[in-house]
Design a protein around this ligand. Structure first.
Ligand code: ATP
Length: 525
């Protein structure tokens, strides 16, 4: 087909990329998220299942009141049972949901697959109603253009791999992203009179029919649609299992500590396994570092904070010393070690900015929740597969500081993260989300210098004095000027003049969009 017959790919920038729209959309998404969280928190405690119900020969479960039996769901990811009460299933298995009133863990009966005809708990975010758009393997609703490109260019996708996602800039609209000759092309999917189309002269009542049609012939697309894009990894479940959502003080005997991952000033961190099934990270706190009741109070807040860019707190063991904090395990450890080890060997500027944007995203969520981190630094960000970054240890500093006020004062300089802390927090103990923004500027410096100590060649005291005279760190080598400007904004003397994390997030995300040279590997139209 000649070029006339081809559709032009949709240019997102031309459509809308103004900062105000972006900021308000993100704010709306966050509001939506926080609404969801409120609902989750208010849900009733999941009923305890008889542990035998997952066994094929087990007696049937009594039906919980108030459910409509028979709603069929399809598994979007593989899941291996973590307790005797939940079901193992594989992507594509059909599950009949028997009770969805039980929170984030539903009671279901497997219709097909390895657990067929057994009942048990399933993580609700691993399934979608059969025949719904959410059940389609090519539907990646909350995927940004930039992430769609990353996903499609990842190993395992062949020519024609594709996904359909919600448009970032045009609310309610969809985009089709397709892999062609090592590049990703984006098409706008439009809807008129209830029909979907890429080109007005060929429309379809459902997206499924549209996808099926273009899977048979390109008809103007750059390539025939092939296999759906591979999903990177299953999402985090809400808590370790249905029964740790509310009862999250767990028996320490259910944990096996296997490998020491590292140590901080308050204790050691181990890679471990919970219930012989689930990999976790276990932070063991040195005896006497904090009061269990004080910690539990803070942890009640911490466990309600859920965001893809925050480390999830799964459970605690506080009944005896040492206190254990059980969290999700991150394969590549702390960002600081990750940066230092790499020193730019594989990480490029695009990765560095992307990692900073992820941290800003997690922090924007904390900002929206009126929560303060107090110890934001590269050592407190953890890295998973594919440079996924998550903010860790939020709120812990408050408990430590309260309990160790004397330690902090007496040993200022060794324990207190002076070089990361905003002047008003150092001088007046005034911690706020704006002092976190200051720390974020330092973290950005760490990212751009591959983990160099801030204010090199200065002692803590020298750095504090130097800053108080209005000095700020200069642009690191090989760091683009706009990024240094962001750092300088974070280090404004007046807290009010520092940006919000919401602004920092979109500035860093938009950085990719503006700098087309950084996208040389993927097509832009
Ligand atoms: P401090 O607590 O003194 O600020 P820190 O944050 O480096 O220092 P920890 O939080 O105790 O100390 O972590 C020590 C090390 O353990 C980290 O540097 C990291 O390598 C590893 N680690 C911590 N949590 C996890 C986790 N969830 N997954 C994988 N590795 C982890």
């Amino acid at each position: 087909m000649g070029s006339k017959g081809k559709f032009s790919c949709w240019d997102r920038v031309a459509a809308c990329c103004c900062c105000c729209c972006k900021a308000s959309q993100q704010a709306e998404q966050e509001r939506q998220r926080s609404k969801d969280i409120t609902i989750i928190q208010n849900q009733a405690v999941a009923p305890k299942l008889d542990s035998q119900v997952t066994q094929p020969s087990a007696r049937p479960l009594p039906s919980p009141p108030g459910f409509v039996e028979g709603t069929r769901y399809v598994a979007l990811f593989d899941y291996t049972a973590r307790t005797a009460d939940d079901l193992t299933f594989n992507t594509g298995d059909v599950l009949e949901v028997l009770d969805s009133s039980t929170g984030e863990w539903w009671i279901a009966r497997a219709v097909t697959g390895i657990s067929a005809n057994t009942k048990g708990y399933i993580p609700a975010n691993y399934v979608a109603p059969v025949e719904s758009i959410d059940a389609e393997p090519w539907y990646f609703p909350d995927t940004k253009r930039q992430d769609a490109e990353k996903l499609l260019l990842a190993e395992g996708n062949a020519e024609g791999a594709f996904l359909v996602r919600n448009s970032e800039s045009l609310k309610g609209e969809l985009s089709l992203s397709v892999l062609h000759q090592g590049r990703v092309k984006h098409y706008k999917l439009q809807k008129q009179d209830g029909n979907y189309f890429v080109s007005k002269n060929k429309s379809f009542p459902t997206l499924k029919e549209l996808v099926e049609y273009y899977s048979r012939q390109p008809d103007g697309l750059c390539v025939c649609l092939g296999e759906p894009c591979r999903k990177m990894e299953a999402p985090q479940t809400y808590g370790l299992s249905y029964n740790t959502v509310d009862q999250w003080e767990i028996d320490r005997k259910s944990l096996k500590l296997q490998k020491r991952l590292g140590a901080g000033q308050f204790g050691e961190v181990f890679e471990g396994v919970w219930n012989d099934t689930t990999p976790v990270a276990v932070k063991t706190l040195k005896a006497g570092t904090m009061d269990a009741a004080e910690f539990l109070g803070e942890a009640q807040l911490m466990k309600k904070l859920r965001h893809p860019k925050l480390i999830q707190l799964y459970a605690v063991c506080t009944l005896e010393e040492p206190i254990y904090i059980i969290t999700e395990l991150m394969k590549n450890g702390s960002l600081l070690e990750y940066l230092k080890k790499d020193k730019g060997a594989t990480l490029r500027i695009t990765h560095q900015i992307e990692m900073a944007a992820q941290v800003a995203s997690g922090m924007a969520y904390l900002e929206q929740q009126n929560y303060i981190h107090r110890d934001l630094a590269a050592r407190n960000v953890l890295v998973g597969e594919n440079n996924v970054c998550k903010v860790a240890d939020f709120g812990l500093a408050r408990v430590f500081m309260k309990e160790n006020e004397n330690v902090y004062e007496a040993k200022e300089g060794s324990k207190f993260p002076v070089k990361w802390t905003a002047p008003e927090a150092i001088h007046d103990n005034k911690f706020s989300i704006k002092s976190d923004v200051w720390s974020f500027g330092i973290l950005l410096y760490e990212i751009m210098t591959f983990g160099q100590m801030p204010y090199p060649n200065m002692s803590n005291m020298q750095a504090v004095t130097w800053i108080s005279k209005g000095n700020r760190m200069s642009c690191p080598a090989n760091c683009p000027k706009p990024l240094h400007n962001i750092m300088l904004d974070c280090w404004k003397e007046k807290e009010k003049e520092r940006p919000t994390f919401e602004t920092l997030q979109w500035q860093l995300e938009e950085y990719f969009e503006m700098d087309s040279s950084s996208y040389a590997d993927s097509a832009r139209y």
